[in-house]
Design a protein around this ligand. Structure first.
Ligand code: CUA
Length: 348
């Protein structure tokens, strides 16, 4: 029965200790509400035909305010509905409590969501990206947070779904009831590559899990290696290119309020065509806009000001991370061939 309903409703396999129970409530709610809807439709249809107006009918006075309420029938249906909803609620509350409360002996794994990948940290110090290795038949508690925006951690086969929120820790737990690889999806729209923010939970037989702990992926079973490879491919697809990361960094730090990417000069020189261009300096002389000059201009902008532009840029020393600087330089490289506008357009 369970299996038949599962397939009828196109639900994925039930691979966690709570999945079957959760589906049970789902079936109950669906069957009860569908049954109720079918019953009302049938009765309505019957009345429509049975009491339809016929030619020989004489018009009757409208009952109006004299209609008597069917007190008994209405009381019974109200109580029956109330009872049904209380039943849903009682089962649902108990299941919710079970879903929220991890067993004491659960294995803790730290989960960090970021655009657009899942990172896992184990108490033993191991770190993984995209692939969460867990022992089957043992409860695992996930302690989750986000580095940037709200994501949501979803493993359909386990029937768990939990928002992952920056600046806050949320938890979820599951116990895989069979070794296997199960997809992780992000179910909170989190930007361009939201749909590629996927991963795999690889539940290993306890013996295999110990082997994996000791020897890494090479000692994991074949299915686990395949799933890990697949997760890696998906990660590569989701990973934005360096220039697009640079654009994100530039937007984050407000660079694009003064610099443009299309060659139009603004408060500061446009980044288009700037990389490796010869820059005339306010103090006389010139510099080639290579990695060293660009980095220096970000950290100490007043040291060598581009001639014709006002010395108004604040220092980003300590404000911007080296990977962001590198990404911005890559962004500049990618628009190296876009024509650079005239250097002295800005008149205050
Ligand atoms: Cu992360 Cu959607």
């Amino acid at each position: 029965m369970n299996e038949l309903l599962r397939q009828l409703l196109f639900l994925p396999e039930q691979r966690s200790s709570l999945a079957r129970e959760i589906d049970g409530l789902h079936y109950f709610v669906i069957l009860a509400t569908m049954g109720g809807a079918a019953l009302i439709t049938l009765i309505g249809g019957y009345f429509l035909i049975r009491y339809r107006r016929r030619l020989q009918d004489t018009p009757r006075p409208h009952p109006g305010a004299f209609a008597r309420p069917a007190l008994f029938l209405e009381t019974v249906s109200l109580f029956a509905l109330g009872f049904l909803f209380l039943t849903f609620w009682t089962i649902g509350t108990r299941q919710f409590a079970d879903l929220r409360t991890a067993p004491d002996d659960a294995l803790d794994v730290y989960v960090t969501g970021k655009q657009w990948m899942w990172k896992f940290g184990y108490p033993g110090g191991d770190r993984e990206i995209s692939v969460l290795y867990v022992p089957a038949h043992r409860p695992v508690r996930l302690i989750m947070t986000s580095r940037d925006v709200i994501h949501s951690f979803y493993v359909p086969e386990f029937r768990i779904k939990q928002d992952v929120i920056p600046g806050r820790y949320t938890t979820a737990w599951f116990e895989a009831n069979e070794p296997g690889a199960y997809p992780i999806l992000c179910t909170e729209f989190c930007g361009t590559s939201h749909s590629e923010m996927r991963g795999q939970v690889i539940a290993l037989d306890p013996v295999d899990y110990e082997r994996w702990l000791a020897g890494g992926l090479a000692s994991a079973p074949a299915f686990a290696q395949e799933a890990a490879a697949e997760a890696e491919n998906e990660l590569a697809e989701a990973e934005p290119t360096m220039p697009s990361r640079g654009e994100r960094a530039a937007a984050k730090h407000g660079c694009l309020r003064c610099h443009t990417l299309d060659g139009t000069p603004h408060v500061g020189p446009s980044w288009a065509g700037l990389y490796r261009a010869v820059v005339p300096l306010e103090s006389g002389g010139e510099r080639v806009a290579d990695e060293a000059y660009i980095t220096e201009s970000i950290m100490d902008p007043l040291a060598a000001v581009h001639r014709g532009f006002p010395p108004v840029m604040p220092s980003y020393l300590g404000q911007i991370t080296p990977p962001d600087v590198a990404a911005i330089i890559e962004l500049m490289k990618s628009i190296r061939d876009v024509p650079h506008g005239p250097d002295v357009p800005w008149d205050g």
